[in-house]
Design a protein around this ligand. Structure first.
Ligand SMILES: Nc1ncnc2c1ncn2[C@@H]1O[C@H](COP(=O)(O)OP(=O)(O)OP(=O)(O)O)[C@@H](O)[C@H]1O
Ligand SMILES: Nc1ncnc2c1ncn2[C@@H]1O[C@H](COP(=O)(O)OP(=O)(O)OP(=O)(O)O)[C@@H](O)[C@H]1O
Ligand SMILES: [Mg+2]
Ligand SMILES: [Mg+2]
Lengths: 157, 165, 157, 165
C-alpha cells in the first residue's frame, strides 16, 4: 500500500513541477507531512511564485490559488487520465497575463484530452477549436456553433 | 473516449425541442450572456453520467431539472443523451460509438439507456468506471469552485491522492 | 417588534425594486413566507429577469445571483446607511452588459457613500474617481496612485 | 464619515516602510496583477476596525498577519492606521479628523489607538457602532463571496433583515 502510494505521489509531484513552471515560471511541489506515518498525516501543496518566498497553497492569493489548483488537477492526469474535462469559468479571477498562459496550456492539453470549458474571457475564446454561443429567446436557452476566428459579439438587448 | 454529441431535451432552460451539440475533440468553449444556459449544459452532462445530488445540479430536488418553460402538461420528462467515440473500445462495449441516455420523470424516477437498451444504473456505473468516465472526479470544476483544491487541508489532500490510485 | 420589522422590510423592498430594475430592466421583490408568523418563517428574494419567468434567487445562474445580491445589499442602505463599502472582485462572473450597468450604478452610488473596490475589469476601472495600482517588487507589495483617464497597463514580467 | 487615508506597516505583503493611500470620497478602484496585494489592502481595513477572526483575514493565526518578507528580528509588529473625515461628527469624538490604529505583536496581542491615545477595544467598538462603521456588515464583500447573499435560505434572509433594524 505504501509503495503504491509513493509511486503515484512521485508521478503527480513530477508532473506538478513541470506544469506549474510552464504556467508561472516559478515552482510547486508536494511535501508529505510525516514520511514515517503517511496514512495519518497530510500532504502540503507548496508553491513559490517568481521572486516570492515559498508558501503553502492555502495562504496565497485568489488568482494564485486558481493557478495552483489547475496545475495540481492537470498533474493528476499522469496517474489517472480522465478522457474529458468540464471547466466552468475557472478563469474568472485571473489577471491578463495568467489568463494568456492558462489559455495556451489548455489549448496544448486539449490535444491529449477533450476539454469543455465555459468562459466569458476573450483570450480563452480565441484559442477554442470549437465555439458554442448560448443565448435566450423567450426564457428558453438556445445554442449556435461558431467557426473559430469568426468574431463573436455577446448579444445584448 | 471523447464525447461526440450531446442532446438535451426539456432539461432546465432547454426546451422540449431537442438541442444537439456536435462536440470537437479539442478545446470546446461555451460562451454567452449571464443566464443563457452555459452552466446548464455542464449540468446536463453530469446528470447523464448519473449525478444524483440535487445540490451538485444546483436544484432543490431532482424533479426541478425538468424544464418549467414549457406547457405544464402531465407526464413531463427531461432527457439527456451523450454519444461517445468508442473506436478504441475504452468503454467495454463492442461498438464504434456508444450512446448513453438518462430520462427523468416528474416523480423523480430515472431510466438509463446504453445504445438504446434499458440498463440498470449500477451496471452502467461499472462500465463507465472501467473507461475512467466520471461526473464527480477532479476533471469537473463547477462555477466558483476552482480555488477549493488549493484550500484543502493537508489530510484532505492526502486522501485525494489515495483516492486516485 | 412586528411593526418595526414591517416598516424596515417595506423600505428595503421598495429600494430593491428600484435598483434591480435600473440594473436589469426586470423586477425583484421580497416576499414573507408566512405573514401571520413572521419571526419563525423566512423571506424569499424573488427575481424576474427580462423575458423570463419569476424565480427565487437561489435557482438563478451565477451572474444573475451576483446582480441580485448587489441590488439587495445596496437596498439595505435605505435602512442602515453604512459610510463605506469594501468590494473585492464582485464583477468576476458578470458578462459585458451586466458589467457596464453595474459599473454605472456604482459610479452613481459613490456620490452618496465611499466605495473601495478591487477589480481586474477595464469597464469598472474606467469609472473610478481614483485608481490605485498594486504591483510586486521582491515579494513586497507596492502601490501607486493613478489619475483616472491615464491608461493603465497591468505590468507583467 | 469617509476614510481619508490608510497607512499600512509590516502587514502581510506590505513591508515595514510605511505604505500610505490617500483615498477619494467616491469610487476608489484597486487593480493589479494576481498576488500583488489588492485583497491584503481590504484585509488591512478590516483588521484596523477590529476583525479578529483569522479565517476572515485569510490566515491560520493572527500572528501570520505580520509580514514575513522583512528581517526575522524579534519584536516585529504589524500596524494599520485609518484617518476618517469627521467634519459631520458622525463619530462621537470632537475633532475634524479621527485616526484609528491597531498594532499587532508577534504574541498575537493587539493594541488600539484613537487619535493617538491608547483605547480599549470594547470602547472603540462602541464608538464605531454609533457611527455605523463596521468591518463585518453587508457593506463588506470578500473575494469570491458575492453570490452568497442570493444563496441564503429563507430563514437566513429574515434574520438578515432583523439584524439591520
Ligand atoms: N504574512 C505575509 N507576509 C508576506 N506576504 C504575505 C503574507 N501573507 C500573504 N502574503 C502574500 O501576499 C500576496 C498578495 O496577496 P493578495 O491576496 O492581496 O493578492 P491579490 O492582489 O488580491 O491577488 P488576486 O488577484 O490573485 O486575488 C500573496 O502572494 C501572498 O502569498
Ligand atoms: N427547471 C428550469 N426550467 C427553466 N429554466 C431554468 C430551470 N432551472 C434553471 N433555469 C434557468 O436557467 C437559466 C440559465 O442558467 P445557467 O446557470 O445555465 O446560466 P449561465 O449561462 O451559466 O449564466 P452565468 O454566466 O450567470 O453563470 C437561469 O436563468 C435559470 O433561472
Ligand atoms: Mg454559469
Ligand atoms: Mg485578491
Amino acid at each position: 500500500k505504501r509503495r503504491v502510494f509513493i509511486n503515484s505521489f512521485e508521478k503527480v509531484d513530477k508532473e506538478l513541477r513541470t506544469i506549474f513552471n510552464k504556467l508561472t515560471g516559478g515552482s510547486a511541489w508536494l511535501e508529505i507531512e510525516d514520511p514515517n506515518d503517511i496514512f495519518s498525516s497530510g500532504i502540503f501543496l507548496m508553491t513559490q511564485f517568481p521572486d516570492k518566498a515559498p508558501r503553502e497553497s492555502t495562504s496565497t492569493s485568489g488568482g494564485e490559488k486558481t493557478i495552483t489548483a489547475l496545475a495540481f488537477i492537470l498533474s493528476i492526469q499522469s496517474v489517472y487520465p480522465s478522457p474529458f474535462y468540464l471547466f466552468d469559468e475557472i478563469d474568472a479571477h485571473l489577471d491578463a497575463v495568467n489568463l494568456e498562459r492558462l489559455a495556451e496550456l489548455l489549448k496544448e492539453r486539449s490535444k491529449r484530452s477533450q476539454i469543455i470549458l465555459v468562459t466569458l474571457r476573450p483570450p480563452m475564446i480565441a484559442r477554442a477549436s470549437a465555439i458554442y454561443g448560448t443565448y435566450n429567446e423567450d426564457s428558453i436557452s438556445k445554442v449556435v456553433r461558431y467557426k473559430p476566428g469568426v468574431e463573436i459579439v455577446v448579444r445584448s438587448s | 473516449t471523447l464525447i461526440k454529441r450531446l442532446e438535451i431535451h426539456n432539461f432546465k432552460s432547454f426546451e422540449s425541442k431537442r438541442v444537439s451539440l456536435q462536440l470537437d475533440g479539442g478545446l470546446n468553449v461555451i460562451t454567452g450572456p449571464n443566464g443563457s444556459g452555459k452552466s446548464n449544459i455542464i449540468d446536463s452532462i453530469r446528470f447523464c453520467l448519473g449525478e444524483n445530488s440535487p445540490k451538485a445540479l444546483r436544484v432543490s430536488r431532482l424533479s426541478s431539472l425538468i424544464s418549467d418553460t414549457g406547457p405544464k402538461t402531465d407526464g413531463r420528462s427531461a432527457k439527456v443523451t451523450m454519444l461517445f467515440d468508442n473506436s478504441r473500445r475504452a468503454i467495454p462495449v463492442d461498438s464504434d460509438t456508444v450512446s448513453i441516455s438518462r430520462e427523468l420523470k416528474e416523480n423523480g424516477e430515472s431510466t438509463y439507456f446504453l445504445n438504446g437498451k434499458r440498463v440498470q444504473k449500477g451496471s452502467l456505473s461499472e462500465i463507465l468506471d472501467l473507461a475512467l468516465i466520471s461526473s464527480e472526479g477532479l476533471n469537473v470544476i463547477p462555477q466558483g469552485m476552482v480555488t477549493r483544491i488549493s484550500e484543502l487541508l493537508p489530510d484532505e489532500k492526502r486522501r485525494l491522492i489515495e483516492s486516485i490510485i
